[in-house]
Design a protein around this ligand. Sequence first.
Ligand SMILES: [Zn+2]
Length: 490
Amino acid sequence: MHRKSSLIILIWMLVLSPVTVQAKQNTISPYLATRSFYTKLISTAKPDIAKLRLFFTLMPKGGDIHQHFTGSLYAENYLDWVNTAGYWISKSDFTVITPKEADKLKDTVSVKNLRSNKVMYSDFFSHWSDKDFANHYHEALAPDVQFFNTFSYFSKIFNGNQKYYAEGIQLLKNRAKNENVQYLETMFVSPGYQKADTAFDALARSGDINLDNKAFRATLDRFISSVSKDSLFYSKVNQYRDLVDLCTKGIDDEGFTLRFQSYVSRNTTPSQFFSGLYGAFYEADKNARVVGVNIVSAENDAIALADYKLHMQLFRYLKEKFPHIKTSMHAGELTTGMVLPEELKYHISDAVFVAGANRIGHGVDIAYETDALRTLRCMKANHIPVEINLTSNEFILGVKDAAHPVRIYTDYGVPIVISSDDPGVSRSSLTEEYVLLASRYRYSYNEIKQFVSNSIKYSFMTKSEKERGAELLQKRFDEFEHKISALATR
Ligand SMILES: [Zn+2]
């Protein structure tokens, strides 16, 4: 054989040798290997949920920015505190009973005895969480009532026991870190100031409820002026500040950041709502750890519905006074049959166009809204994301699978973030939210990464905190993709 031809054959043999082929395979970047691994997982008719769960357990998830403090703790956590505090549980209605309630003491069970009584213990969970709801729904409350009722059990535990707040925060931090979450923006507690004023209530609900109406605006001005002269207001916000300090002390570290949103309940009188909202804005303005304001509780309750437009005007008023304070607003957590058809027409659009929300929580009723297309265009253009809470929407509203509007938002270019809402009550986690998202809607790996990155980008942290958060997230994705590429080649 000619020397030149033998050389060419030798080169070809080297190029095609198994060792070289193997080496070529290894040159696929960890990112591409991870993308391909994930694409295979969601490409089957019935995705392997266990494998998706492993994937999302390992995947960094950035931040959980729609999460309620009390709803994120598990009933077992609360029971530990009931035990430590020396309280009992009522056998008849599972409320917490303190030593001061002598008239109710006969009807109680200790935590130790509750835990050893299987039937009673199981019943306890069905009151304090959504656990096993599907097994007893025929004798339980409606899902939305069941869900919101759970919160009534928790509050007594914290009365006079502020250290439990701090312990709860530490638990949430540990849990977040365990599931690769680096940032929590938790709806924690409110300053708790409320000024009841029946004259204001009547005025606020009458006439033209619009800031462009001078008389309405003057009524609001007078009310806020009276609140700002009330010493109780300052005492309440100072107590709140002390509590925030206590609970955030030593929490942030190089791999984890915690910030709070303050909030107001939508099911109170106008004066209580407005004074509470003012306290929430005021404190967000003063305290770097409180980065935003929200509006909470059941959106389908009678007061919430009747005062919805008023609430939007009150948010708008305070946004004018505190223009740099960010707001995330629960809006459109409704569905057909739950309320009058007319109520499904405007909640998200009013939160966006009237109240000036920076983020929307849930946004489930968008498909019913009159101005849906205009709202979607505005959310896209102004980078107003929607916080998607799949487990919560399925339980409270019965909205899931193709009936959920998540695809409407992403198809129209509205940014979304994935969040957990109340993982303690729902007995779920942020990881499970991603499992649901991927298995139901088959978003690509790039889209999933975008949603994770949105949780830092659209958080209410400062610019420099977000930059640090994004760097940390990138580093964690690099590590994750290396792990998955090793797993993919096994
Ligand atoms: Zn929520």
